[in-house]
Design a protein around this ligand. Structure first.
Ligand code: PEP
Ligand code: MG
Length: 561
């Protein structure tokens, strides 16, 4: 169990007879936490007035409540729990009681109880705080929320799985989980008050379930499911060197999405025919300053060299919104960052940053099949501006005598509805398209990809999204421009037949999804995929489409579901 300060509530039982020691740890921690609340009360009252200071007075009173102390002591004495675990149990029980009153104001007070829990634990753990980076045993991580950076820094040897209360399935946190191959479920809604550190839980990433304290039958069922999943994965590994060709001989290029240079290896291991999306903004992970041209170049050249002649699509920085927005402008926080100065908009306002990256991409283009791609293009003018800047940088490099590929293919993401609508125009000015369905879905349906409360609207199978995809594929075909799908949709088996049937011949996915998608492709004909697509395009609702696609996929490869 992880609290918002990212420390764990450790070990649940104490040695028999050692409960007086635990109690003597508990009492000073309670005292210090109460003193801290009183000090906050004093400072806050002085600064902003008594009514605000009163919040902390209430905190102090709650901690000093003899009933609270007795309840915690009883758990230590009678159940043999550690002080931390007992504190956590009692506080969560109280928070749960408040939440269950179904009263908006009182439910919100549950957050205060968590705050108190954290306060007491902080004193209790003192120097013994167990940070996530120093795990010695395997754990399942349960948290209210994890940012993409926190996820990227998880220790994959020890974190067996994680689950969060908030977030969406194409949030960058979820994408990072896929990259690290950590089973995860995000956006489950409230569950933290129902668990305590040390409880037994099952995370079912396939079905999006978190099972608390499973019974013996459920455990046995999941043990078997895990074993058969491992067998299925092993079987898939044998596909690595086989081509992704349909039964009627049509080749589909399966490429990998990467965030870090180290993942180039995962692409090769999983049989990717190139890198279809390199999300370069991850160069900012853990950095306070912009990476230098050399740092960009070093990362790109590693990938390009490793891919040994296979295509590598390097996407220019997609910073902002949920990705490392701290490097954007912390003093000028936007109200709607997903609709704000994100991605290409940020680069076009910060030419030094943009050109530095372009120089590095161009230099890397001398080493292999590098292609450049612009994210979040929403108008033709943005694309033209970006291309003009690229032309400028090419001239600079030429003047300096630095080698690069003058014919570097240029592509654009299609991830904003305006770009999909104007795809015929955009197609005349690029060499390729890449459909970013993660954003295209959220912008089409006005449903935040990170918000679990609108997850039912956020759906790749929504007819509106599919019509936009259809439109883009047609525009690309007419202009003889290649078109790829690089959103999470391309790694989900239920959409493979549909996408192939709609005319897509390139899919780019998180490397670990590639073998399964390949297996599906090798099990279908383009003719039957086209039939599926025709059927889907006649349907009216996402629900019907999802059910139908699930049925069709189950028919062909039941293990995929
Ligand atoms: C997308 O939006 O589909 C995409 C691939 O880009 P990202 O997930 O990085 O926003
Ligand atoms: Mg995107």
């Amino acid at each position: 169990m992880l609290d918002t300060e990212l420390f764990r509530i450790p070990q649940r039982f104490i040695e028999p007879g050692s409960y007086p020691d635990e109690i003597s740890r508990l009492l000073p921690a309670l005292k210090q936490a109460a003193e801290e609340a009183r000090e906050n009360q004093r400072v806050v009252t002085e600064k902003v007035g008594e009514q605000y200071g009163g919040i902390f007075q209430a905190h102090a009173l709650m901690i000093e409540d003899p009933g609270l102390r007795q309840e915690i002591e009883a758990l230590i004495r009678d159940q043999g729990f550690t002080a931390e675990y007992a504190v956590s149990r009692v506080m969560r029980r109280r928070a749960k009681a408040l939440e269950s009153l179904n009263h908006a104001y009182l439910s919100a007070r549950a957050a205060d109880i968590f705050d108190l829990e954290r306060r007491i634990l902080r004193h209790l753990l003192g120097k013994r705080q167990e940070h996530l980076q120093k795990l010695k045993q395997p754990v399942i991580l349960l948290a209210h929320d994890l940012t993409p950076s926190e996820t990227a820094e998880l220790d994959r040897e020890h974190i067996l799985a994680f689950a969060t209360e908030v977030g969406g399935k194409t949030s960058h946190t979820a994408i990072m989980a896929g990259v690290l191959e950590i089973p995860a479920v995000v956006g489950l809604g409230r569950f933290i008050t129902d668990v305590s550190g040390g409880d037994q839980v099952i995370v079912d990433g396939n079905k999006g379930l978190l099972i608390l304290n499973p019974d013996v039958d459920t455990l046995a069922h999941y043990e078997e499911a895990r074993r058969s999943f491992v067998r299925f994965e092993k079987g898939l590994a044998e596909l690595r060197d086989l081509p992704a060709v349909t039964k009627d001989g049509v080749e589909i290029a399966l490429l990998g999405n990467i965030e870090f240079p180290e993942e180039a290896e995962a692409c090769l291991e999983r049989g990717a025919s190139g890198v279809g999306l390199y999300r370069t903004e991850f160069l900012y992970l853990g950095k306070r300053e912009d990476p230098s041209e050399e740092e960009h170049f070093e990362a790109y050249s590693r990938v390009v060299t490793q891919m040994a002649g296979k295509p590598v699509v390097i996407r220019t920085l997609d910073l902002g919104a949920d990705k490392f927005s701290s490097v954007t402008d912390p003093n000028n926080a936007e109200k709607n960052p997903f609709l704000g100065v994100r991605s290409i908009r940020l680069c076009l306002r910060n030419l030094k940053l943009f050109k530095t990256q372009m120089r590095a991409i161009l230099r890397a283009s001398a080493l292999g099949d590098v292609r450049i791609m612009f994210p979040m293009i929403s108008t033709l003018l943005e694309l033209r501006q970006s291309k003009m800047i690229l032309a400028d940088v090419m001239e600079d490099l030429e003047d300096e005598g630095i080698a690069f590929n003058r014919k570097l293919p240029i592509g654009t993401m299609i991830e904003v509805p305006s770009a999909a609508i104007m795809a015929d125009q955009l197609a005349r000015e690029v060499d390729f398209f890449s459909l970013g369905t993660n954003d295209l879905i959220q912008y089409t349906l006005a449903a935040d990809r990170n918000n679990e409360n609108v997850a039912s609207l956020y759906n790749a199978a929504d007819p509106a999204v599919l019509r936009l995809i259809e439109r883009v594929v047609k525009a690309a075909e007419q202009a003889h421009v290649a078109v790829n799908v690089c959103g999470e949709m391309s790694g989900e088996p239920i959409y493979t037949m549909l996408l192939v049937g709609m005319g897509l011949r390139q899919l780019s996915a998180t490397p670990h999804n590639i073998p399964e998608i390949k297996k599906l492709i090798r099990s279908i004909t383009v003719e039957e995929a086209k039939q599926v697509a025709r059927q889907v395009m006649r349907m009216e609702t996402a629900r019907n489409i999802t059910n139908y696609l699930r049925e069709q996929t189950r028919r062909i490869l039941p293990e995929a579901l």
